[in-house]
Design a protein around this ligand. Structure first.
Ligand code: C5P
Length: 222
């Protein structure tokens, strides 16, 4: 098929989803937040005390997890077994668990399968950690986003501190560092820049400039 896939990967809280949403909205593409899927799985594992060392338990849990996206105005809303969990999956307990869950082979295999299905025949923008390497290795546009770690932590802190007032800027900084370390060092499709991904360091770019940078790469394909 000749649908267009835009893969956006990079470190935690680099502004991937902000750019992905803006791009999808502008081009009328579907936006898929792959991180939300891993987060929803992590939430299920937390609630159900899934033993991550027990492969049978993990497989069993995955069979009982049904995820769905409901796109409203290009905001990604995800349901876990028909329950809206979009807010809860952004909170610290899930952020602290998610990278360990996402490192499990069984979990990745199932998520990648679902993600590939979503990209079968539609134009999509998908953001995550392995979209350009494992999910859509032939995507015609791949961006790899980075930004100064302190700026990333500050942005993230601003987003969550009204909802979780006990979480400090330091906690956020540490969580980002921990997830980046776990995501880049895991055995199963670690976070790495695809050879053909273009680096986008957004430390000093406005959202408008980032959008233009991406549009310049997608528009010639339309
Ligand atoms: O994108 P977000 O920060 O919400 O992702 C949460 C976590 O999910 C990441 O830190 C990573 O462990 C995992 N993830 C992944 N592969 C993806 C997307 C997210 O392993 N494609």
């Amino acid at each position: 098929s000749n649908n267009i896939i835009v893969a956006i990967d990079g470190y935690s809280s680099c502004g991937k989803s902000t750019l992905a949403k803006a791009l999808a909205k502008k081009l009328h593409f579907i936006y898929v937040d792959s991180g939300a899927m891993y987060r929803a799985v992590a939430l299920y594992f937390l609630r159900n005390n899934v033993d991550m060392a027990d492969h049978a338990h993990v497989e069993e849990a995955l069979k009982n997890i049904h995820l769905n996206f409901h796109s409203r105005d290009y905001e990604s809303h995800i349901t876990l077994n028909d329950e809206e969990v979009s807010e809860e999956i952004r909170q610290m307990p899930v952020s602290e668990k998610v990278s360990a869950v996402a490192a499990l082979k069984e979990v990745r295999r199932e998520m990648v399968k679902q993600q590939q299905r979503m990209g079968k025949s539609k134009n999509i923008v998908m953001d995550g950690r392995d979209i350009g390497t494992a999910v859509f290795p032939t995507a015609p546009v791949k961006l790899f986003m980075t930004a100064d770690p302190k700026i990333r932590a500050e942005r993230r802190y601003k987003e969550i501190h009204t909802k979780e007032p006990n979480v400090t800027l330091e906690d956020v900084f540490e969580n980002l560092a921990h997830r980046d370390y776990a995501d880049t060092t895991r055995l199963e499709s670690p976070l790495v820049r695809a050879d053909d991904a273009i680096i986008l360091d957004n430390t000093e770019l406005t959202p408008e400039e980032q959008l233009q940078f991406a549009l310049d790469r997608v528009e010639p394909l339309l």
